[in-house]
Design a protein. Sequence first.
Length: 304
Amino acid sequence: MEQKFNTKVTIAGVELKNPVTVASGTFGSGAEYGDFVDLNRLGAVTTKGVANVPWEGNATPRVAETYGGMLNAVGLQNPGYDVFCKRDIPFLQQFDTKIIVNVCGRTTEDYVDVVEKLGDEAVDLLEINISCPNVKEGGIAFGQDPKAVESITKAVKRAAKQPVIMKLSPNVTDITVMAKAAEAGGADALSLINTITGMKIDVERQQFILANKTGGLSGPAIHPIAVRMVYQAANAVRIPIIGMGGVATTEDALELILAGASAVAVGTANFNDPAATIKIIDGIEDYMVRHGVSDINELIGMVK
């Protein structure tokens, strides 16, 4: 039967066949999920964070389950740019999906280095993870200071050949200030939210569960915060938003779209159900049929 509705969305001039991608760090760079998920069905695959050199990540234990979610302090472990380009990009190129590369760094120069190197690679969008600690500014995350957000966005934009998505941290007083700073710096799109800082203590051992003490909280517990922040950001800037944070069901994804997200990313849910993304893509199509929606774009930011 011929499809009578449009699920295509456009992020910074790049057309996705549907508004569903995966959240960075929850899907590797696609290969480890290839046996469970038809990657051709996804609007885009967002890779794990890539740095200019290999990062070892934090000491273990670095993952803990929590009520309604999980904490992680993986520390952006990754094999670095060279391995990523030789191994992961060619793998993803086999599929009919867009490639979003998540970029991390410890200094502005680190980010610019990766972005410049990716300039000639077959990737569609760059997602800049500004929740990384800025080593030159005493370890505060780039994304927690509006001046730093604007300046790193400008630096990355100058060096980038692909459109730039700035991934915002929710660990701030006012997300709209950060969203506007990224837009002022020339960002083509925003991703939000990243994880919320949390902590868990083993009461029997009377010790922190994570070696790092704190970790990033993700999963259903943070979803209402994500909906609120996506709504606020969408009404503060003119650039498109990829919404994420506790998306586990079709309803979760649609909430973010109705709040103003042009696309959504599924993260923690992938660990629990590798097919979560496909179920959500099918669910959005069912919803459109049920509600007589001919174009997904009609739903973006519909709730005011």
